[in-house]
Design a protein around this ligand. Structure first.
Ligand SMILES: Cc1cc2nc3c(=O)[nH]c(=O)nc-3n(C[C@H](O)[C@H](O)[C@H](O)COP(=O)(O)OP(=O)(O)OC[C@H]3O[C@@H](n4cnc5c(N)ncnc54)[C@H](O)[C@@H]3O)c2cc1C
Length: 348
């Protein structure tokens, strides 16, 4: 039975499809779907007896999830999207953005106000609320550099909290919010960023200077950098509106430097970067391509032929079929190079 109820501006629907709430576009349903317009509605939502004790999955745009089954509890989406900033005497900016604001919209909002810092993170899909979950990063910059605190609803204590950056456990594509102990405990409601003054532009990531050259720009502004990076991203990454995907499906593996050195001695073309004392990050895209898996296809589930890190839904693939392709990639890379790839999206 399908039933819909309206409580204030909160919408709660029973037995709802999630096909449009995941950018892979795979079919799945949820027992309950709730959308809140204002953060103050959260206490009432969790006081609803129909929803008590159900597992909760928060979704933004679903650009970093792979649904392999229906969700037996509540899927919550947050539409609250207020944003504001203050400028301190030292020229730094504090920006507060609510979870429902689009991440790209936030980057544009800051650049339009001359706030410089987020330009390399332009055009990352998804909402502000998801950004701290995997500590989004791109083109040599990671979100945690700017986080002052993460505001959240704590499902364990049942109240609003502000978690300072030091307590967020940020690492490469990782945070406390993904950890076993705290997964699904915090519903991120807003992000507080501190953007220092006089920050110089980061142009060293491969391809950025070339893209600026192609635009005929010698002395770029932050907005120029954003434009150049957005252009590279459009060229390199398949657009989920055209072909279902969740961006990079695998993290770049971080391994002991001795293991990386041994691999590089055999495969000099393997790109790698320092990743802290005694650790080296390897290019997962190179490993996948060198394993012959780029463009691999099994029915409608496959690896993109444009970008080896991206799994794609060519049409009617299910989440299970896509997961099988991911497993095939992991096994092939492990057999060929002895490296264990880890998925980046949340697999439900
Ligand atoms: C084409 C493409 C390119 C991409 N490029 C990049 C990139 O360059 N860098 C990068 O880091 N990522 C990239 N991604 C991944 C994705 O954009 C980010 O992970 C983004 O932050 C996900 O946002 P979302 O709103 O879609 O989150 P969802 O996919 O809806 O959710 C992702 C995870 O966060 C949780 N979550 C979402 N909102 C909340 C909340 N308010 N409170 C608590 N938990 C929450 C979900 O439960 C889930 O575990 C890319 C994806 C695509 C499709």
């Amino acid at each position: 039975m399908r039933r819909s109820a309206r409580d204030t501006t909160m919408q709660i629907t029973e037995d709802a499809p999630l096909d449009r709430l995941n950018t892979f576009g795979v079919p799945a349903r949820t027992r309950w779907l709730a959308r809140i317009e204002a953060l103050g509605e959260l206490p009432a939502l969790f006081a609803d007896p129909r929803l008590a004790d159900l597992p909760v999955l928060v979704l933004g745009d679903g650009s970093n999830v792979l649904m392999t089954r229906d969700w037996p509890g509540l899927v919550l989406t947050i539409a609250a999207d207020a944003v504001s900033s203050t400028r301190a005497a030292d020229g730094s900016h504090r920006v507060r953005a609510e979870a429902g604001l689009g991440w790209h919209a936030l980057v544009e909002w800051t650049l339009a106000r001359g706030i410089i810092g987020l330009e390399n993170l332009v055009a990352i899909p998804g909402r502000v609320g998801a950004a701290p979950i995997q500590n989004i990063g791109a083109y040599g910059v990671e979100l945690d550099e700017f986080v002052e605190s993460v505001e959240a609803w704590d499902r364990r204590g049942g109240g609003f909290v502000a978690i300072p950056r030091e307590a967020c456990g940020f690492a490469y594509r990782d945070s406390r919010f993904k950890s076993e102990a705290d997964r699904d405990r915090f519903i991120v409601t807003a992000l507080n960023l501190h953007i220092p003054p006089g920050r110089s532009l980061r142009l060293d990531y491969p391809g950025v200077r070339e893209a600026l050259d192609a635009l005929g720009i010698e002395t770029p502004t932050a907005a120029d950098v954003a434009r150049a990076i957005a252009a590279i991203r459009r060229r390199k990454l398949p657009d989920p509106r055209e072909i279902g995907n969740a961006g990079s499906f695998f993290k770049n593996p971080v391994v002991p430097s001795a293991q990386a050195d041994a691999l590089r001695a055999r495969h000099p073309a393997l790109p790698s970067w320092p990743a802290g004392p005694g650790r080296t990050k390897l290019s997962a895209a190179w490993l996948i391509e060198a394993s012959g898996m780029k463009g691999h296809r099994d029915g409608d589930a496959g690896v993109s032929d444009r970008h080896a890190l991206v799994l794609v839904n060519h049409g009617r693939a299910t989440g299970t079929e896509l997961r099988r392709v991911a497993e095939r990639v992991i096994t092939t890379v492990r057999e060929r190079f002895g490296i264990a790839l880890e998925p980046e999206p949340r697999i439900v």
